[in-house]
Design a protein around this ligand. Structure first.
Ligand code: ATP
Length: 344
């Protein structure tokens, strides 16, 4: 199913403009993540799609050729998975997963067959008869997903479904979820404020700020070609180089950096991995912090940049705190972005 939103906005009764007029399309089978800081309108947008909130006049929500704007939540056939699993604690796993099918009035053999299939796909078959209260958090979250998927919804909406879990489990389930969503070929929207989660799960990420989608693209596109300082900082934590502009040059406290093009009126950003320790580099600074990261060191250089990432090769030693190092940055790895801050 293709989801299409046109001119969809939301003003709450107290006057809060939670969502500015937004156009968004999610293609059949596509997994789109809404990524943004707390309060930017992600949940509001998701609730409008589900039918739990009404958009301001003029906004339209289409499921394929079906205008569902005025349809109530129960008629939209949307699956939902939230941070709180909202499972029925006294029912077995199988009964939870079959609940929506019972509501759809499927026959008992049909329900049994579908429940078995979904439990198998979610690797839950051995828990079918177990009660929800006897499951771990990660298992409960998988049951919540299985329950949402079983009725074959037209669209699956997931609102921070992993945020109640501990970090290690979150990472495992994140990858499982990415695989499962593809296996079921479900059109899905995944809300998160965690960029790693968004990048791992989604085909396309829509970055939101202050009630707007500020940029949408594949994780690679957002990482390599952010169109605003906000997206550069939010996706992949690009660092801003603060200096004085002089046409093709940026004057920093540690030296003069060639930009390769005119940087007047632009903010200059660079990713940690594009900063190189290089004895012929034009910038100079003193090492202030060194953190061992297994495959890399993270090095902070006083007055120049809070972190650069250095790969560790056999026999190579990391810079020492207090040491003065020279740094180079290839002009083509610099991102020159409009100085408007959050951008549009
Ligand atoms: P979080 O990541 O913290 O859940 P979010 O991006 O999902 O945030 P929303 O919950 O959509 O953000 O909220 C967007 C804005 O709308 C916020 O400023 C919030 O305070 C406001 N808001 C949400 N619900 C209501 C409401 N019922 N009445 C008034 N304002 C609301």
């Amino acid at each position: 199913m293709t989801l299409r939103l046109t001119n969809t906005a939301k003003t709450y009764p107290d006057g809060t403009k939670a969502l500015m007029p937004t156009d968004l399309t999610v293609e059949t089978g596509e997994v789109v993540s809404l990524l943004g800081p707390s309060g930017c309108g992600k949940t509001t947008l998701l609730r409008i799609i589900a039918g739990l909130e009404t958009p301001d006049t003029g906004g339209e929500i289409w499921f394929d050729d079906d205008n569902v704007t005025a349809q109530p939540v129960e008629r939209r056939n949307v699956g939902m998975v939230f941070q709180s699993y909202a499972l029925f604690p006294n029912m077995s796993v199988g009964a939870n997963v079959g609940y929506g099918l019972k509501m759809q009035k499927l026959s008992k053999p049909e329900i049994d067959a579908r429940v078995t299939q979904v439990l198998e796909m979610c690797q839950l078959e051995k828990f079918s008869h177990r009660s929800i209260s006897a499951l771990s958090g990660g298992q409960r979250q998988r049951v919540a997903l299985a329950r949402a998927i079983a009725p074959r919804p037209r669209l699956l909406l997931l609102d921070e479904p992993l945020s109640a879990l501990d970090a290690a489990l979150r990472e495992t389930l994140r990858d499982e979820l990415a695989i499962l969503l593809r296996k079921f070929q479900i059109t899905a929207i995944f809300v998160t404020h965690d960029q790693d989660e968004a990048m791992a799960i989604a085909d396309r990420v829509a970055v939101m700020a202050e009630g707007r989608v500020v940029q949408s693209g594949t994780p690679e596109e957002l990482y390599r070609n952010p169109t605003s300082a906000f997206v550069a900082g939010f996706v992949g934590n690009a660092m801003q180089l603060h200096g004085t502009h002089d046409g093709m040059l940026l004057k920093l406290s540690g030296g003069v950096l060639p930009l390769g093009r005119d940087g007047t009126g632009q903010d200059i950003f660079v990713r940690a991995e594009d900063v190189l320790i290089d004895s012929s580099g034009p910038l100079k600074g003193q090492v202030e912090t060194v953190t061992f990261l297994g495959t890399h060191y993270r090095v902070g250089i006083g007055g120049l940049m809070p972190e650069i990432l250095i790969s560790i090769f056999p026999g190579q030693s990391a810079p020492r705190i207090g040491e003065t190092v020279q740094v180079s940055i290839k002009p083509e790895s610099l991102m020159l972005l409009p100085q408007t801050g959050r951008g549009k």
